[in-house]
Design a protein around this ligand. Sequence first.
Ligand SMILES: Nc1nc2c(ncn2[C@@H]2O[C@H](COP(=O)(O)OP(=O)(O)O)[C@@H](O)[C@H]2O)c(=O)[nH]1
Ligand SMILES: [Mg+2]
Length: 222
Amino acid sequence: MTARIPTPPANPEEITIFVFGGLYTGKTRIIDRYWLNQYNTEYYCPYLLNTYNTRMSCTIAGIPCMLTFNEIDIPEEWIRDPTGIDRLWGKLTTFPHAAMLVYEVGSLRTLETLQTTWPPVQRYFERGECRVIKVVAAKSDDVGTVSVEGAVTWAKKVGATFAQCSAREGTGVIEAVGSLVLAVLEQRKREKEVASPQEKTHDPNIPRFARIIQNLRHRICG
Ligand SMILES: Nc1nc2c(ncn2[C@@H]2O[C@H](COP(=O)(O)OP(=O)(O)O)[C@@H](O)[C@H]2O)c(=O)[nH]1
Ligand SMILES: [Mg+2]
């Protein structure tokens, strides 16, 4: 009788994504679209509002991942006084792996809100070495009054990539989240290679050194 070998538990890559932006910029709908592939037309998305911390397992580029979406509304008091963010996050010791900075295409104020609050947010991200950041122009199905060039320029300035999406139409959401996750996975791969270079098996110098050593041995030992 053959013994049944239990399947080893999958070891998913844990990835926490901050979805950060002003109120009503479309953050909840982006998560809802990605998570459940739905667009809730009701004002509230009770399913998400009950949790705020949404965890989902998925496979991206063949790699099992566990994503945690952490939605953060920017309150008015942070816009008036962004140092409030330092006071709240300055001592935190947990950090996201990636972040989406969300504004809406029809509201310059929502982009300015991101710009105003960026310095303390950047300080927090830097402490946690969170470098995978995307500026996301939400509601791209709407009339876009905010200059895309202006937003792209700012994104570059803060070291972020840029994407547009519409949760309503279901366009750009999967791509935006997917590219963030891939960037995190690539960063982890690079860090692993730096931490343990001996694990690299494709060093082109290895066969060359082996030949040199073989030659030397031949000359010495005959
Ligand atoms: N046209 C359009 N409206 C959207 C889209 N996403 C969200 N909204 C609307 O914007 C409002 C706020 O969305 P929500 O996701 O709750 O914003 P949050 O406060 O940032 O989480 C809601 O009334 C949505 O109907 C979108 O992709 N297109
Ligand atoms: Mg919300």
